[in-house]
Each structure stands twice: as structure tokens, then as C-alpha cells.
Design a protein around this ligand. Structure first.
Ligand code: WTA
Length: 631
């Protein structure tokens, strides 16, 4: 796959990709994939509608590109290397040949349950091979997969199932997570009380627990797979047919179902994977994300398999059986590329080097980070103690909406610099905007990060709500995609992402909208009002601070705090629980009644030296009380 080798080849390619984007992507698409029919037009776009269409007229199936085409020369190469939660259990190497059979069998099971091209299938599974296989099985027959991270609660699951009318759900009898087992099926059963559209549930066995099965609806997966045919013709897909939906938090309660389509997503996820991770045929690549997030979709499943790579899937957690687990896996499987999140790096760094030094990490060639800004200390720890100062670090900035990495160092072309995502990838026309909506030209400037021109893997819409797509991403800055992030550009044109400028808070690498959390809290009968802000946290990056006003002030007590967190767990999931809850008699508001989160954020961050002018507030007196009682 067309390879960026040095700074000169990057700058030349970048220049071509901007001056003549259609010719640039035409070559990459033509040279590196198998198509059933070529395109008639590379790109058609208009950000004011917004409409984005890549490779119009082309036909293909992404699974033939991920699997079938590797069978001729690499049938016996390991495609997926599964490392189980328990280090004493044996790992499993699934070859491309075997993956082909298992995906086909699974696809045939889906068909036998009535799933057809365009139907939505929800996948709610732990990190076991069936998760990757079910995603590919959907793609094989043109069903649209909607993977929901298995840490989400029953309510969060049912709202996602209903939002896109899923017909079938794939889950398991449970999952292992460190020393704990997770009872997934009972969460599913609760969720499905509210989901009329689900006709069948396929249940994989993982923890071999005796669980209730609803007759006529629930089916054990294994017996169906065993009798299914190992061949399944790949459904012909149009370039712009949806491949998957993946939900992300927004600034209103309802999560946004980002829709990714087939051809553009394939081209961009494959091309970025190859060039940013510099994958070579014998490498073992490991991304520690969960397939329930976009990082797992693009850089555990699609990007690596499109390149014929060996991609490692880890079921467990970094702390089990101890905090040396990641490094023991690197040693055991001779991992060459390791891709993780800053929150994991900080948690591991805190444990000290005794848990790193016993392991041989000499197989590592490239280290990656994603999900939130990486702080300088964590970057250096990663560089010094994991990469031993010989592995380039790729600090990759991107989003669920972008489908693939947008800004990142490219090893061998140009280096990283601590806390900087550095330069836009080829084809990515980044821009910084001021608050008035004008582009800020030149270097050594700071603003809001936008992208001026389409790239192949951008999300095409929000499922069922194109208007919201337009308002969220294309309305703040005319003819630009707005990312929701702030960034600065240094004297060399390198970007550093400074963080969200909207109501999304990134906690341990997970995006959480403040609105859905506040909605959950406000459901408590004693609560009048609430506001959530983020504050700096050593390991999580940001943690959640909740200001809660009660209907009756004599009810402030710790038991109520526990109830509030239980409500959040139930509505969203334990990842959204608050670290601190402060009861207040009121929230600072503007005269038009808007909560002044800026002030609450400063108080939560213990940064109260300059609160700005509070005299224009409707109720300036509450600020003092909130400060006095802050936690
Ligand atoms: C943040 C994850 C700084 C950013 C792939 C973005 C980052 C949001 C980085 C998207 C990075 C992601 N440096 N910030 N390297 N990577 N972010 O949709 O705020 O889960 O908008 O996609 O994470 O998170 P999402």
C-alpha cells in the first residue's frame, strides 16, 4: 500500500492530495483494493447540504478486501490473535483461512434469521473473537452493524437499539473482566423489555453460565454455527451503502448514530493504518481499545485486516492479574506496534517500573496513543520506559465522526513532539477558526479546529437525523466540518489539541456528554437541577464533578449521593459515574437563565483566581457559597 517513507514523500503526497484530491485518492483506491465495479466519479460534495459521496458508482464488498484476497498467499497467516482475560488460558490464533470460514458461517446464521442487506444488527459483546467475526459477518451480507460497548447499561443499550430499529441482537452469556464476570445477558433481557423490533437474539457462550433463554427469541450461537455452510457469497455493495452505525455522545440527551459508508471508510482506514503504524508483513499489531469504540472498528478490525495484518485482541484489563499484564502480552506475542490511550499510560506509570522491567519489550517498533490529549509526563514515561527511546510515538488525533486518524506523526517521515498530534495526514485540510467564524492564518496561533475539505472516511450523516448532523458539524463555520475541539498551531505548523470546546467531557478516553448525565440525575425525585463539569484528574485526564440542587435542602446526605450515582449507572453505565457531588442551594445563571458552566468548571478545578465578571449573573451570591463548600 502506497507508502509514505520520508518527509519529502509526505510533503509531496500532501501537496498532491490538496491540489488534486480526486486524482490522489483515485490512485490509492485503484491500486490497493479489489472492486467489483469501478467508480464513475471520485468525489461529489457540498458541505452546505451537507452531502459527501466518494467513489460513486463503485461496487465492492469490504470483507473480500479484509479476508478473501489474502487467501491466495496468506491463508495460514494469523489474522486475529486472541489473548484471553486469564493469562493461564491458551491464546487463540485465527488464520485468514479460518476467519473466512467463521465469518461465512456466521453470515449464514444471520441470513437464516432473516437478516438482509440494509437491516440493522446490534452487537453487544465482550472482547471475544465473536465480536470481530460478527461485525465482519454483517458486512459480508450488507447488514449494518451497530456495536454497543458492553459497558453500557440496559437503558443505554435499548435506546441505541431503538434509535436505528435493530432487528437482531448478538450477545453472550457473559464476559470476563479481570477478576469479575459480567452478566451481559441479564442486561440484554432488561433492555429488550423496551425493544419491540428485535426478533432474534444470538447468544455466544463465554462464561458457560446457566442463563434464562426466551423461547423463540434467544438462540445459542454455537450449534447454529456448527451446522452453517462455510461458504457465503459476499453481497455486492454500492460505495455509499452504510457499513455501520456507531453512537457517540452529543450535547443533547440522545446519542448520535454516526453513519459510515463502505468504500471511503475502507480506503481511508486501510491507508492510514499502513502509513501511520508502518505495518510490515511479520509484525504483530496490538490496539488495546474495545471494538465497541471507533478505535476498535478502524484499528483492530478493518484497518489491520484490510492490510493482511495480524491484529491482537485482548479480552481483559491492564490491571489483571497485575499491572504488568500489558507488558507480559507484548513479550509473549512479540508485539511490534502498540496502540493505547493516555489514561492507560498514566495508570501504568503510577505503578512504577517494577512491573515493566521484568518484561522483554524489544519487539516494539512503534507506540501509539489516542482518545484525549496526552500530557507531557505520560508521553515521556511511554517514550523512556516502554519505547526505550527508540520507538516513534504516534499521537493520533481523530474522532468517531472522522472514521480514521486525521492528525498524527508519521514514523520515518517526521517525528512526534510531546503533547502534539503534529501534522495533518495526507488529504486532511485542517484549519483554525476564531470565535467570529473567520479562519486564523499563519503559525503560532490558537483557535477552533475545523476541516475544510472532505476526506473519504467522514461520517455521512446521523442515523435518522440529517438535520442534527448539519447543525452539529456544518453550521458553526460555513463550508467547514467543525470538530468540537480547540487546538493550537506552533511556529512549525504542528497542531496540539487542547481539548473539547463543547459540552463533551473525556473521562479515561471515553466521550461523555454532560446533558445525558444531567438528564439522568434530574430523574431523581429529590433533585431540582444539576450541572456537570470536568476537572483535571491524574489518571482519568478529566473526572466528573456534579453540582446538584435539591428540591428540599434538608435532604442533602451521602446516601443520596450514592443513589444519584446508581441512577447514572442505570441510565448510561458506570463509566459516567460522578467522582464528586456537591449539593448547592442554586446554580449560577445568566440573566437569560443559562447555567454558567465556565464558573463551575473553574471552581471544580480549584482555579478561582480569575472568575471573570460575575456581577451580571442573575444570582451572583450563589458563587461564593459554592466556592466555600467546594470539594
Ligand atoms: C479527543 C476517538 C487529543 C478529541 C478516536 C476528539 C484527542 C475526541 C486525541 C474524539 C488525541 C482523540 N489528542 N485529543 N490524540 N484523540 N481526542 O469519538 O477531543 O471517542 O474530539 O474518537 O477525543 O473521541 P472519539
Amino acid at each position: 500500500m502506497y507508502y509514505l517513507k520520508n518527509f519529502e514523500s509526505y510533503t509531496n503526497s500532501y501537496k498532491n492530495s490538496v491540489e488534486n484530491p480526486e486524482a490522489f485518492w483515485n490512485t490509492i483506491a485503484k491500486d490497493n483494493f479489489v472492486w467489483k465495479r469501478p467508480w464513475s466519479r471520485v468525489l461529489d460534495w457540498d458541505f452546505s447540504i451537507p452531502k459527501i459521496s466518494w467513489f460513486e458508482g463503485a461496487q465492492l464488498n469490504i470483507t473480500e478486501n479484509c479476508i478473501d484476497r489474502h487467501l491466495e498467499h496468506n491463508a495460514e497467516k494469523t489474522a486475529i490473535l486472541f489473548e484471553p482475560n486469564n493469562p493461564n488460558d491458551t491464546s487463540e490464533a485465527i488464520t485468514y483461512n479460518e476467519l473466512h470460514k467463521r465469518v461465512n458461517q456466521f453470515a449464514n446464521v444471520l441470513k437464516s434469521k432473516g437478516i438482509q442487506k440494509g437491516d440493522r444488527v446490534c452487537v453487544y459483546l465482550p472482547m471475544i473473537p465473536e465480536l470481530a467475526i460478527s461485525v465482519l459477518a454483517c458486512a459480508r451480507i450488507g447488514a449494518i452493524h451497530s456495536v454497543v460497548f458492553a459497558g453500557f447499561s440496559a437503558n443505554a443499550l435499548s435506546s441505541r437499539i431503538n434509535d436505528c430499529d435493530c432487528k437482531l441482537l448478538i450477545t453472550s452469556d457473559g464476559g470476563y473482566r479481570g477478576a469479575k464476570t459480567i452478566d451481559l445477558k441479564s442486561i440484554v433481557d432488561t433492555a429488550l423489555l423496551d425493544c419491540e423490533g428485535i426478533e432474534s437474539v444470538l447468544v455466544a457462550k463465554r462464561i458457560h453460565k446457566d442463563i434464562p433463554m426466551v423461547s423463540g427469541r434467544d438462540f445459542w450461537l454455537q450449534p447454529l454455527l456448527e451446522t452453517a455452510s462455510e461458504s457465503c457469497e459476499a453481497t455486492v455493495m454500492d460505495a455509499e451503502d452504510p457499513l455501520f452505525i456507531l453512537y457517540t455522545s452529543g450535547s443533547t440527551g440522545q446519542p448520535k448514530g454516526m453513519v459510515h459508508t463502505t468504500a471511503g471508510y475502507m480506503v481511508y482506514s486501510a491507508y492510514t493504518f499502513k502509513n501511520i503504524f508502518q505495518y510490515e508483513p511479520d509484525d504483530v499489531y496490538w490496539c488495546t481499545a474495545d471494538i465497541g469504540w471507533i478505535t476498535g472498528h478502524s484499528y483492530i478490525v478493518y484497518g489491520p485486516l484490510l492490510n493482511g495484518a495480524t491484529t491482537l485482541m485482548f479480552e481483559g484489563v491492564p490491571s489483571y492479574p497485575d499491572y504488568g499484564r500489558f507488558w507480559s502480552i507484548v513479550e509473549k506475542h512479540k508485539v511490534s506496534q502498540f496502540y493505547t490511550a493516555p489514561t492507560a499510560i498514566r495508570a501504568l506509570a503510577k505503578q512504577g517500573l517494577d512491573l515493566v522491567s521484568p518484561y522483554d519489550l524489544s519487539s516494539l517498533k512503534i507506540l501509539g496513543t489516542v482518545g484525549e490529549p496526552i500530557n507531557e509526563e505520560a508521553w515521556h514515561w511511554y517514550n523512556d520506559h516502554i519505547g526505550k527511546r527508540k520507538c516513534p510515538i504516534v499521537d493520533t488525533w481523530w474522532q468517531t465522526e472522522t472514521g480514521g486518524i486525521m492528525i498524527s506523526p508519521i514514523p520515518n517521515s517526521f517525528e512526534g513532539k510531546p503533547t502534539f498530534a503534529t501534522l495533518p495526514f495526507v488529504g486532511i485540510q485542517a484549519a483554525l477558526m476564531d470565535e467570529k467564524g473567520d479562519e486564523i492564518e499563519g503559525n503560532s496561533v490558537e483557535g477552533r479546529l475545523c476541516i475544510k475539505f472532505p476526506w473519504p472516511s467522514m461520517a455521512r450523516t446521523i442515523w435518522g437525523n440529517h438535520q442534527r448532523y448539519k447543525e452539529t458539524y456544518f453550521s458553526a463555520y460555513e463550508q467547514n466540518y467543525f470538530t468540537g475541539d480547540g487546538a493550537l498551531r506552533d511556529e512549525n505548523g504542528h497542531y496540539r489539541i487542547t481539548g473539547r470546546v463543547d459540552d463533551v467531557i473525556i473521562v479515561s478516553g471515553h466521550n461523555l456528554g454532560t446533558a445525558p448525565i444531567e438528564d439522568a440525575i434530574n430523574e431523581h425525585p429529590n433533585v431540582a437541577e444539576s450541572a456537570i463539569v470536568g476537572y483535571p484528574h491524574d489518571i482519568k485526564g478529566s473526572a466528573l464533578y456534579g453540582y446538584v440542587t435539591l428540591k428540599k435542602s434538608d435532604e442533602m446526605n451521602d446516601a443520596l449521593k450514592i443513589e444519584i450515582n446508581q441512577l447514572i449507572s442505570k441510565q448510561i453505565g458506570p463509566i459516567a459515574k460522578l467522582d464528586k457531588i456537591q449539593f448547592t442551594s442554586g446554580l449560577p445563571k445568566t440573566r437569560s437563565g443559562k447555567i454558567m458552566r465556565r464558573i463551575l468548571r473553574k471552581i471544580a478545578s480549584k482555579d478561582t483566581s480569575n472568575l471573570g465578571d460575575i456581577s451580571t449573573l442573575l444570582n451572583p451570591e450563589v458563587v461564593e457559597t459554592i466556592m466555600k463548600n467546594s470539594l
